[in-house]
Design a binder for this molecule. Structure first.
Ligand code: HEM
Ligand code: HEM
Length: 135
């Protein structure tokens, strides 16, 4: 069971990386999209990747929270004890998903520019917290 808990821990990291990948995908699109369109046949593929990523982005975020809860439950034998470093990492992750939710469904568009900076900064703290938790 503990091995399954570890596997779930690594799955959280994988899902987190997939979420953060949106940053690189957008940079690729913004800075090299034109070049890719004129010089290669890959532009439709890039558009498709952007679209799929956009559709799944919120859902992968929610899924991450579910996996964190299951991971924490297994690793702590049913919350018999807690892990401070795990809780901090989870706290940042929940905050990030909340910020994403607020920006998507509650804020008027266009969103204020500070929003994206918060949504970019929290993953940096999350990554540091995960590294400490896994030490
Ligand atoms: C962002 C959230 C989290 C991630 C990415 C994560 C990831 C991981 C990973 C990969 C491991 C295996 C580490 C190893 O084998 O050395 C692990 C272990 C563990 N996790 Fe988490 N975890 C998270 C949140 C939590 C939470 C919320 C709790 C409990 C409240 C928790 C409790 C534990 C415990 C008790 C262990 C085993 C002992 C240890 O290595 O500290 N984790 N976690
Ligand atoms: C672990 C969770 C998440 C991570 C690590 C994450 C990370 C990111 C990153 C790196 C970007 C690109 C920022 C940029 O343009 O520089 C982004 C954009 C965005 N995210 Fe998230 N996100 C998460 C969850 C969510 C959730 C749950 C939602 C909505 C319910 C959401 C909504 C958005 C929106 C609206 C954008 C900006 C618009 C866009 O790029 O199309 N995010 N996110």
């Amino acid at each position: 069971m503990e091995e399954f808990g570890e596997l779930l821990g690594n799955l959280i990291i994988f899902l987190f990386a997939l979420e953060a990948f949106r940053f690189l995908l957008k940079r690729l699109f913004i800075h090299y999209g034109k070049w890719i369109k004129t010089n290669t046949k890959l532009h439709p593929l890039l558009l498709k990747a952007m679209n799929i990523n956009k559709i799944f982005h919120p859902w992968l975020g929610y899924l991450t929270i579910v996996v964190i809860i299951v991971h924490a439950y297994i690793q702590t034998s049913g919350f018999a004890f807690l892990s401070n470093t795990g809780l901090i990492a989870a706290g940042f992750m929940v905050a990030e998903v909340l910020v994403g939710f607020i920006g998507t469904y509650l804020m008027k568009k266009p969103r204020p520019s500070y929003w994206i900076w918060i949504h970019r900064l929290i993953p940096v703290f999350t990554l540091i917290a995960i590294l400490i938790h896994n030490d």
